[in-house]
Design a protein around this ligand. Structure first.
Ligand code: 6R9
Length: 677
């Protein structure tokens, strides 16, 4: 694709572009372990509509053949002979891809690139402080650093299958640590550094990790978080044997517990840069990532090695039309799945150059994203609508003063993008020349499910558009669970069959895996999202239909916020819903019933906001707390959230039937005292 043509003009010069699979490599028979394969696969992701259609069709009509071919985009130690064994049948859910193949994920992301790209930059690290020099880490340096990190972990007793929790800033060590785990066949679980000590402790305990890796401090937006201090607090609630490996970032003072805390630098000083790579099965776990569900505690989503890596690499290449020598920047944090798939695994398995940014979009000012794009000549830029809305509220001068002529593709992820934000992104940032790929996917899906491909898809502001290869979206009637087969449809979004990147289970809770995703609509994977399909067959995601809310692109279970609130001694009961928020997409609206001896006050509002912030993390801080003398309940005691949502949205005329309420008068009180009028 010429770098600056709009997607629908891609074929203007009549040159058919091939969306052919990556070059076929010679992989017949078993390969000796120490021979690393040919250079990675960046050739030919350019798309046009016909080739997308043909390739999509092939992926659905012959998934075995399609994925047998694309499974070869990574290096296998023992090549697979079985491709796909999947079922979404409610009484027999199982997902296996490439199951008899063996590989090492870190070798795929590093070693196989060394012969051809040892001196190429793998990671560009852009620190929080713009005056601190950026670092260009080559593939050779990445290899050395990951080798050392893996040897340190090994010396600390980490073995294949062990879990390792990472609680780190957005620094190269986060990528080193992830890849070091992968090298050893250990399972990492990255916990977002904005989460509280309690949230960290519950993830360490649930995963049964032996070790947590952190840094002294985490600079972000000019402020420093005391990460090590948070780990100290978390470990009070964990097994005594859990060790803490500390990477130096800020050099600040830290408290220290001998026999438990270890400085990474001290061990790394004598560590070899070579570390043997474990041979792992395609279906061995690569990582656990905790995410919010509609009920209960966060779910430990498990991704395995082979299928995930194939899918992360393939979506990274095709969705962003990543070409040789491009510089790719995904602004997510590695604490979220977007950072896993599109900062670390997808780009690195493709031999790409990936930017890792420690800071925030508004520090030192609202031009930071664009300053970094100019500085590092970024070609593909991938961010969230919440950031776009934040920046579009500032002067356009923050954008226009920078040279963004290297940008080719813009991406969006995390929540539906409103047309105003889409248009601003397109016109002011992309100058009308960069296709916007609105990528719909989830922690559970490993990689993109519904997205435009640059050049292949006609774009519509707000539409996620078309399914990626191998993905079969269906829209079901929410009541009957029947598939709506007309082209135009609206209902709940499910998937009919598995793709290689889908999670395999929930850590330690196989029953919940089935009940959370495969029980509501039998025979399908249920995304939890509502969706509309238009007359062109394009998909528009309309938002969650369960009790998950989306705050600034971060998933939050309303149940988590409720349980934090009721843990406060003055709170008797709480119900939490989302409401439309100009910047965050959704804000957190809490109805709180106090204990009879507690008095409502503005101070108590602040106290409860701070309390939830401390219990879960800053992203969970309630936006609104409304005192509720009573909550609307059915006679069987179920809180009627539908009514609470309407009141929070200030749609009090359409409350619907309230006759089943035990005490309809509580609703009048809530309406009279609602926060938004
Ligand atoms: C990757 C990620 C998943 C939920 C998902 C949906 C929302 C994500 C979206 C989108 C509309 C998009 N979502 N991308 N909604 N358009 N392009 O965000 O994972 O944190 O697990 O959130 O985010 O509601 O169900 P995760």
């Amino acid at each position: 694709m010429p770098s600056h043509s709009p997607p629908w003009a891609v074929n203007a010069e009549g040159v058919p572009r091939s969306l052919s699979p990556p070059p076929k490599q010679e992989r017949e028979g078993e390969m000796p372990k120490d021979i690393h394969n040919t250079p990675p696969l960046l050739a030919g992701a350019h798309a046009d509509t016909e080739t997308y259609n043909a390739m999509y069709e092939a992926s659905i009509s012959d998934p075995e053949g399609f994925w047998a071919e694309h499974g070869k985009r990574i290096d296998w130690i023992k090549p697979f002979t079985k491709v796909k064994d999947t079922s979404f049948a409610h009484d027999d859910v199982h997902v296996k891809w490439f199951e008899d193949g063996t590989l090492n994920v870190a070798e795929n992301c590093i070693d196989r690139h060394l012969a051809t790209r040892g001196d190429q930059t793998a990671i560009i690290f852009e620190p929080d402080d713009p005056n601190e020099p950026a670092q260009n880490i080559t593939y050779q340096q990445l290899s050395d650093e990951v080798g050392k990190f893996a040897n340190v972990l090994k010396d600390l007793g980490v073995k294949q299958g062990d879990r390792v929790v990472l609680y780190l800033p957005m620094i190269p060590a986060a990528a080193y640590a992830m890849l070091a785990c992968a090298r050893l066949g250990a399972v990492h679980s990255v916990v977002f550094a904005g989460f509280s000590p309690d949230a960290l402790a519950s993830r360490i305990n649930d995963s049964g990790a032996k070790i947590v890796i952190t840094s002294d401090g985490a600079p972000r937006g000019g402020r420093v978080t005391d990460l090590k201090g948070n780990v100290d607090k978390a470990l009070l609630h964990c097994d005594d044997h859990v060790k803490c490996l500390v990477v130096k970032r800020t050099g600040q003072q830290v408290t220290w517990q001998e026999n438990r805390d270890i400085w990474y630098d001290e061990m790394a000083a004598s560590a070899s840069t070579f570390c043997h790579a474990a041979e792992v099965g395609a279906e061995d776990p690569l990582f656990i990532l905790y995410t919010s569900g509609s009920t209960g505690k966060p779910k430990g989503v498990v991704h395995t090695s082979g299928g995930y890596l194939v899918y992360a690499g393939m979506t990274h290449q095709y969705t962003f039309d990543y070409q040789e020598n491009d510089v790719f920047w995904c602004t997510a944090d590695v604490g979220w799945v977007t950072g896993h798939s599109y900062i670390v695994y997808g780009p690195l398995v493709n031999g790409a150059t990936t930017v890792m940014f420690e800071g925030v979009p508004t520090y030192p000012d609202a031009g930071r994203f664009w300053a970094v794009c100019e500085k590092h000549k970024v070609n593909q830029f991938y961010t969230a609508p919440t950031a776009i809305r934040l920046l579009m509220g500032q002067s356009d001068d923050f954008v226009t003063k920078y040279d963004l002529s290297d940008l080719k593709v813009l991406g969006s992820v995390g929540e539906p993008i409103n047309p105003e934000a889409w248009n601003w992104y397109n016109e002011v940032v992309g100058k009308g020349k960069c296709p916007i790929v609105d990528t719909f996917w989830q922690t559970e899906t490993g990689g993109h499910l519904i997205t435009a491909l640059p050049g292949a898809t006609k774009l519509k502001p707000g539409a996620a558009t078309k399914p990626f290869f191998g993905v079969q979206p269906v829209i079901l009637d929410p009541q009957s669970g029947e598939e709506i087969t007309t082209v135009e449809a609206e209902g709940v979004l499910c998937m009919k069959d598995a793709w290689p990147g889908i999670m395999r289970t929930l850590w330690g809770d196989a029953d919940r895996f089935v009940s959370a995703y495969f029980a509501d609509y039998k025979g399908y994977y249920f995304t939890g999202d509502g969706c509309r399909r238009d007359a062109d067959g394009d998909y528009w995601i309309t938002g969650r239909v369960d009790d998950v809310i989306n705050v600034s692109g971060h998933r939050m279970g309303t149940a988590e916020v409720e349980s934090a609130l009721v843990a406060h001694e003055k709170v008797a009961e709480a119900a939490v819903v989302g409401y439309p928020h100009e910047l965050k997409g959704q804000g957190i609206y809490c109805y709180v019933t106090l204990m009879s001896d507690a008095d409502p006050s503005d101070e108590l509002v602040k106290e409860l906001q701070a309390w939830v912030r401390k219990e879960i993390g800053p992203i969970a801080k309630p936006d609104v707390i409304q005192w509720a003398p009573g909550l609307p309940k059915t006679r069987s005691g179920k809180i009627m959230r539908r009514i609470l949502r309407k009141i929070a949205e200030n749609e009090v005329d359409g409350l619907g039937d309230t006759s089943t309420l035990a005490d309809p008068s509580v609703v009048d009180d809530l309406i009279a005292n609602r926060a938004v009028k």
